[in-house]
Write a protein that binds this ligand. Sequence first.
Ligand code: NOJ
Length: 746
Amino acid sequence: MRNQLSEETVQPIAERWLAAREWAEHLLSQMTPAEKIGQLNQVSVDVASPELIGRVEAGLIGSIINVVDPEQIARLRKAAVASRLGIPLLFGRDIVHGFEIMGPIPLGLAATWNPELLRVFCALTAKAASMRGLNWTFAPMVDLSRDPRWGRIAEGFGEDPFLSASLARASVQGFQEDLDHVLLACPKHFVGYGASESGIDYNRTHFSDQDLFNLYLPAFEAAFNAGALTVMPSFSEINGQPGVSNQRMLRQILRERLGYTGLIVSDWAALAELTIHGVAEDGAQAAQLGLEAGVHIDMMSGLYETHLVDRSALDTSVMKLIDPLVLDVLTLKHAAGLLDAENNRGSLAGGGKREQQNKEALLTVATQLAEESCILLKNHGQILPWRYIDGSLAIIGPLANQSAEQIGTWSFDADLSQCETPLQAFEAHWGGSVTFCAGLDYSRARDAGGIEDAVKLAASSDKTLLVLGEEAVLSGEAHCRSELDLPGDQTKLLKAVAKAARSLVVVVMAGRPLQLTEILGDVDALLFCFHPGSQSGPAIRNILVGDTNPSGRLPVSFPRSVGQIPIYYRRGSTGRPPVGDEVQFIDDIPVGAKQYSTGNTAYHLDVEPSPLFPFGYGKSYSEFRYQNLSAEVIGLGDDLVVWVQVEIQNVSQRAGRETIQLYMRDPVARVARPVRELVAYKKIELQAGETKGIEFTLGLADLSYHDGAERFVEPGLFQFYVGGDSEASLSVEIRLTPEQLASSGL
Ligand code: NOJ
């Protein structure tokens, strides 16, 4: 099967679009230029001041970002209803990985490889936020990234287009599935924002059309197919033109090629930044560029309001650009049910009981997501799970007991009182004594004597748990790093504690892959968590004591050194792959060696040419064996499918979950194709000793690639690899003949 979600997409809003259009057209004919431009104008506020209420009543504002207090929302909503045409407001907020109850950061959500659970979480989150009166989230962020220096890698679903697309689809379905509690989704940032040069946020992005179609667009397409009706362009310059004024991307690719019919909302003041980018001389020209690119909503630059009202009265060509945009905004408001009585009553009618029930459901799902997001990277000598949960336990580290650091970036609305840290979770459930010593007060701290105390504590305890990593503020928007080591004196803390501890387990919590090379040899067991959210503590505790079998898998490769970046599994073969004796490292080169001494292949002289941990990797307490892999071609033309079967056995004594990953290689094509591409995956539960047969059915689209101009499937050899990570070795191949493909549309 292609993924774990049903093929049927849930699109209640899209289904109402046509009927809403009629209403919108009628309304548009009654609007003044100022009222029209008001619908395109978005402002950020947290309090409904009398001045703001007045502007809403005058129809000069169509959407609001960042107001979250239900009383304030209710006042603003009332003002909109009281305006001449009574057009409701959109209330947007960055609800990126939870509202008050937080799940893992999106990179952690991706590590679950569990789209169904993500869909449920997004649906519950939508309900929580909509009961407060919100109706729009600027999520999911679907920017594929291969650069862990980039702080916003935390907000995306990792390095792979297929995994990202499956999670984008699930998020949108969840946010929008209940028409009574819709949170409109807004996939962002269109497009290729994750390609920021040097991993610096807002930096220029340059990529080919092959990368555009094969890497960056699939997650957006999946989000649109699932019913997303708003999208946000990238801040960055894309091949020379900023996202918000990029007509090629917004008109030709988004609208014409992808057939997108929804709204485009600028990023924060992105129109005003066009003058700083150097593509507009002043605000008036920037507003014009936004209009020409088809940007419906101006988030926070005020340029549409300042520059278009007077011009549109004088210049009919401006109104010709504005009218279709306003029509779309009105249509969306109607289709999303903003006019329905139930939605207009909003949160205050919701009542505490419904909110409480929803919160309880959210806590359960957030715990499961947190558990499934933690990746066991090392478990030497099977020291985990801890067999005995009594005796003295030392808990050390700057991230062991700080609530906000468990939750990660984009957590403005997080209810910290609902967050349980690892220390709190162990204090609540441990058979013996639990003693805490931070060692370092925060992740960037330098030693001020705390390391010595930590060492003494570790030496006198039966077991030691060290919780290290990055504070939440070190990743996310504009928080990029050039080094990926543990900040501050944490490596020193780890090495000192490792020498003293009788039995040490290390948890590393961060917003990005870190460079773990220097510490890996010092630890027997290492659990990596992308900030796991409100339920971080219980999730980590459950895994360490063995109540939960870890099942997280890496959604992104971990480099051995920063110099390897970008490093990703879906790489090209090159004409000279680094194999066998074709690799000679720096210390082995004889002194005085001549130019051809190293094998002339694609590698760095000073680091193994592989990641420290590959994409898809993660350990379990169970052990799985793959066998009897076969592949068969069935049917012809557009009906052709490749049917891949494999058997998987749990050869251990305990039940566990495995993520079966199917990778493909098209070894000969008209353009060089990646050495592997993920084309399907499935997460399953297997009892001790149990064997299951798994089937994947791939259609022509799965076998295809885009050469920048068109999508193709070519006859010839296809190789498939199945296993528990992107380095799986069990393989099988098929050959497609020209006859089998002759009548296909591709
Ligand atoms: C800027 C960010 O780039 C974007 O992702 C976010 O949705 C907006 N600010 C609104 O907060």
